[in-house]
Design a protein around this ligand. Structure first.
Ligand code: BGC
Length: 338
């Protein structure tokens, strides 16, 4: 059944109101707010569920909201969490530049903010937990250039992510660090490159359709910045009878992407151990709610301050090591990948 967004918001607000007395929260059993950009892409369901499980195991409660890719809605989600006196908010921003006011309001209410896997720019956040997106971008690009034919300059398409997401820019930075020197050396050509709005699969498909229409010779590789867009990339290639003949990257080790890797239409993905990130964020949320000082191994400038930052490691995954990584960790089940 389709639920109208206003009805969904009303249900959410009613649920929040029911939970909302300040007396409900306590330093020992904090209420952790989670404000997600979207639940449309598989990975964020995984993140939400894992954070929630960890917070509950620690003795706390979670109120999770999802803005369905809408900045205005994400601002009102955060406002609702503030009005309901959560102790800390974990935020996955849809747009890293659109939440400054909402974060300021949270800080005025004494509520710490953790930026979860996407940086929030130009405001006072307490912690940023993430993966090294520049490195991920470089790993994807390197995977492609290592495998494209060497008898001609490799013809490469870049499908970047959402321009509103700081991660998409960091990924491009990593990709460029590998690709641009090779372009300069005449070893590869970037035949087409574009941003896939909202990391949408359909937009990934359109970009590859445009690349195929534009390039007189067959393309050799697509540096797709995530599994969501890689889905559309593989669909476009399938329709042109090119599936399995073009190197295609991704990241997230989504179930559908791992299936494509095993079947051969997508060549690789990057496994990001979300459990480590989610567990870290949950523990940090507790520490912040209890007024403890957070120490993190790194820091990153978000335009307002140097934010303490944690980068978790990632693994390049293809057919050869799918079972010894993603499956072994229990991230995907072997029977789902047949
Ligand atoms: C994340 C990716 C994810 C993408 C789309 C990015 O910010 O780093 O893991 O696939 O958003 O949701």
């Amino acid at each position: 059944m389709q639920i109208h967004p206003f009805v969904r918001s009303a249900v959410l607000l009613a649920a929040l109101a029911a939970l909302g007395s300040p007396a409900f929260a306590s330093k020992e059993k904090p209420v952790v707010g989670i404000s997600l950009d979207t639940l449309k892409q598989e990975r964020w369901q995984h993140d939400r569920d894992t954070i929630e499980a960890r917070v509950k195991a620690l003795g706390g409660t979670v109120i999770a909201t999802s803005a369905n890719g809408d900045d205005t809605r994400q601002v009102s989600d955060i406002d609702a969490l503030i009005s309901n006196h959560v102790d800390v908010i974990i935020v996955v921003p849809h747009n890293g530049e659109a939440l400054t006011r909402a974060v300021e309001a949270a800080k005025e209410a004494g509520i710490p903010i953790i930026a979860y896997d996407r940086l929030i720019l130009n405001c006072d956040i307490d912690l940023y937990v993430t993966f090294d997106n520049v490195k991920i971008g470089a790993l994807m690009a390197q995977y492609v250039v290592d495998r494209v034919p060497k008898d001609h300059p490799g013809r490469i398409v870049c499908v970047y992510g959402a321009q509103t997401d700081n991660n998409a820019k960091l990924l491009k930075q990593g990709q460029d660090s590998v690709l641009l020197p090779l372009v300069k050396a005449g070893k590869i050509n970037i035949v087409h490159a574009d941003w896939a709005a909202d990391w949408n699969s359909e937009n990934g498909k359109k970009i590859v359709n445009a690349a195929i229409a534009k390039s007189p010779q067959p393309i050799d590789g697509v540096v797709a910045s995530a599994d969501s867009v890689a889905g559309g990339v593989c669909q476009a290639l399938l329709e042109e009878h090119l599936a399995g003949k073009v190197i295609v990257t991704g990241q997230d080790a989504d179930r559908a992407a791992c299936q494509r890797v095993m079947r051969g239409s997508q060549t690789m993905t990057i496994y990001k151990p979300l459990k480590q990130l989610a567990d870290y964020a949950a523990q940090a949320a507790f520490d912040l709610a209890q007024g403890k000082k957070i120490s993190a191994p790194n820091s990153i400038d978000n335009g307002f301050k140097k934010v303490p930052a944690v980068f978790q490691d990632v693994t390049v995954v293809d057919k050869d090591n799918m079972f010894s990584t993603v499956v072994k960790d229990g991230f995907q089940k072997a029977e789902d990948l047949k």
